[in-house]
Design a protein around this ligand. Sequence first.
Ligand code: ADP
Length: 484
Amino acid sequence: MWAIISKIRDLLLGSFIFKSLKFRIILLVLAVGTIPSVITRSVILKNYESNSVSSRNSDLTIQCNILSDYLLSTSYLRDPSQEAVNSEIVQMANLYDGRVIVIDSDFRVIKDTYGLYDNKTIISEDVMLAFSGQSSNAYDSENRYVEVVMPIAGNADAPCEGVIIASASTDAIVASMEVLNRNALILEVVIAIAIIALAILFSNLLIRPFDRVTQAITKIEAGYGQEVMDVRGYTEMESIMGALKQLLSRMKTLDDSRQEFVSNVSHELKTPLASMKVLADSLVTMGDGVSTEMYREFMEDITHEIDRENTIITDLLSLVKMDKTAGDLNIKTVSINAMTELILKRLRPIADQNNIELIFESVRPVEAEVDEVKLTLAFSNLVENAIKYNHKDGWVRVVLDADHQFFVLTVMDSGVGIPEEALDHVFERFYRVDKSHSREIGGTGLGLAITRSAVLMHRGAIKVASKEGEGTEFAVRIPLTYIG
Ligand code: ADP
């Protein structure tokens, strides 16, 4: 049974129509509208039945009392052959569409209007009770009659001389109940139809704001450029539209930044190409008069521009890799001390060129779950910048520390520093404080963007503090255990 019910429920919940809010509203209104009337109908009918039966019962009891007195006054129990009394009894039975049985003190039936029990003996519980002076009555709803069993006695103290068993048909009650029920049913159906019509009307009204939202969204589908129209309706609906507006503006920002990125990329890639073209063109224009040295010089410049183009493309590829989802991380437990030492070892030759002192301070040994390749690239960029944007004979200090949750790598330098207004922008792609200087020293403006992406992929944070002319400090904080 439960299995069937749950199957029906699953079927309903899974069906397309039941998922519709409109359908649910209609169903709800219908239930709220009809269930009370069904309950009221059955309560009223039950009430009507019990009232009618009890009035029928008291009617019959009164008649039995009258009959009892009549039987006593005519001494019918001693002489049951009296025609007038007999016809009176039959008349009463007919009046109630029922049956009257009179029993004398020997429990013998002296009159049965049906003629079935004449001269038979009846010793039933009700009869015994009546002989002890107590009347009883009963309602048999199945066979549709009420029955009264009453002692025939002058008064309460007088000896019981016999018993009257009278029954009255309740067919009329049942018939009028049926009529009532049918009328109520018709009324209910009419009400239900009216409710369904109203429910459809209401649900359409209630659903209308949803349609407007769908319309608004469909309109936006053409492009993010369009404004989201204001949909008035419910508070909930307004908050959905608010969230949608936010989402759209975020998408618009993303779209804008992508466009800007593409145009920046094109520009950056075109610069070395333009230089190469100028160099090559000059060689062609100069024709035969060009010396071998000049050729070599021009060719070296062209090679330099090719290298630069290559660096930009390599950095772009690294950035694209960092932009991918965190699922692409190759997480392993890595000794951050060893990793940092290796980075510094690789960069030492560049530092030595400008006589820059490279110091590594490891406060404690640190092991963390990281993607070694990506984080090496991120840290290398920081240390390389600290060397690149430094003075001759300057210093770079790298400090590694950790608590029980995070490790912190700080890269400090005695370099040129970053102007305050530029601090917010240094992590942007292609941003360079001094474009020409950065270009001179081979910068692409992508290094810090790559570093930031790698740190964020590790659920870490990066901070920068700097004073122009004095030096810069980058601090990276990364969780020791990778949070997926
Ligand atoms: P770039 O390839 O030009 O070095 P980055 O993204 O690594 O690009 O850095 C962006 C800019 O931030 C640099 O052009 C530079 O002006 C500034 N910058 C980065 N690191 C430092 C530093 N340690 N000291 C001074 N300026 C820095």
